[in-house]
Design a binder for this molecule. Structure first.
Ligand code: UD2
Length: 331
């Protein structure tokens, strides 16, 4: 079948932080979208602008978003059958659904294997059977483990230090296998520290920016673990989803892997200072012991994503943080 002028794209985890921004951009690019989410961490509020089913459902007149409540690690076929029967085949899949906590994966490695590796294989089995033209997978900097040379490039050895990283890497291998053996084209994007509006600050293992932004806005103390000299490559979600959507709508064959970061290193101390300022200056910075087993420095080489997708992170940290503390109004 030839490409529809409005491709139907399935987004697993589409009610989550990165997923819901992905849905917004896909719609802006003229795609029809079906979200598959089990709402274990995803939120209906993240998709509220698409909630009026009569207007926005796949049969509606306006930008088309359908939301299915489904755990993708149980398979995609039954959930998607009524959609494809009525609206035609799923052309592309963005696979973001995952168990997202490294710490949880250390305590529950078998759950992580079922959800994170098993979920990817379920997506690939669907893609193979349905002749899907591109699968984009949310991989992670966690596949690298401790690296000797920074910034880290995609050819660095991968020695993950958590079941989470192991299952992200195993998923990448599965993508490669399905591309080589079954001709399912795919891109694995290794996300660095993604931040922005809609990131949930409520768990102790939430992203540091979501926690600091939440506390700074409330005038509460910001707790830095360790001396604050540890670094991360913080990349704004609005940039990340451009990489995701460009990869999903591209037609390159085979399998590719690319880092998604800024190439810039920021200390946690500098981050805390900016956020205290953006929050009005009422918060104090306090210190607690460093987290055990934590990597000290992390920063991506970004040339591969530039060559592959024309991707460059465009949002300056200060601007991204300002948008996170005071999110732009929904249009
Ligand atoms: C990131 C990813 C994780 C995994 C990992 C791989 C996020 C949210 N997490 O974990 O999924 O891919 O990289 O290496 O992107 N910190 C504080 N105070 C706080 C919270 C955190 O000082 O209240 C510090 C923390 O000790 C660390 C830094 O901030 O040095 C970043 O922590 P994080 O939990 O946001 O992300 P990270 O890099 O541990």
């Amino acid at each position: 079948m030839t490409s529809s002028p409005r491709p139907l794209v399935a987004v697993t985890g589409g009610a989550g932080f990165i997923g819901s921004h992905t849905v917004d951009l896909l719609v802006a690019r003229g795609c029809r979208v079906v979200v598959l989410d089990d709402f274990s961490t995803g939120k209906r509020a993240n998709l509220a602008r698409w909630a009026d089913h009569d207007r926005h459902g796949l049969g509606g007149r306006e930008p088309a978003v359908e939301v299915l409540t489904v755990d993708v690690s149980h398979g995609l076929f039954a959930a998607l059958a009524p959609i494809t029967a009525a609206h035609g085949p799923v052309e592309r899949i963005v696979h973001l659904a995952a168990q997202v906590s490294v710490v949880h994966s250390l305590a529950n490695p078998l759950t992580d294997a079922r959800v994170n590796y098993g979920g990817t294989v379920q997506v690939l089995e669907y893609a193979r059977a349905a002749g899907v033209k591109k699968v984009v997978f949310a991989s992670s900097a966690a596949v690298y483990g401790d690296v000797a040379t920074l910034p880290v490039d995609e050819d660095a050895p991968c020695r993950p230090l958590s079941p989470y990283g192991v299952h992200k890497l195993a998923s990448e291998h599965a993508l490669h296998c399905y591309a080589a053996v079954h001709g399912v084209p795919s891109v694995a994007l290794r996300f660095f520290n993604v931040y922005g509006p809609r990131q949930d600050p409520s768990s102790p293992y939430s992203g540091v920016i979501s926690i600091f932004a939440d506390r700074a806005a409330a005038g509460r103390d910001l707790t830095i673990f360790g001396d604050g000299e540890q670094t991360r490559d913080f990349v704004y979600v609005g940039d990340v989803v451009r990489a995701v959507v460009d990869a999903a709508l591209g037609d390159a064959p085979g399998h590719a892997v690319a880092n998604v970061g800024t190439g810039r290193e920021t200390t946690v101390r500098a981050l805390a200072e900016i956020l205290v300022g953006l929050g009005g200056g009422g918060s104090a910075i306090v210190h607690a012991p460093a987290r055990a087993g934590e990597i000290v420095r992390s920063v991506a080489r970004v040339e591969r994503a530039a060559a592959l997708l024309g991707f460059r992170a465009a949002t300056a940290l200060r601007d991204g943080l300002a948008a996170t503390v005071a999110p732009p109004p929904v249009t």
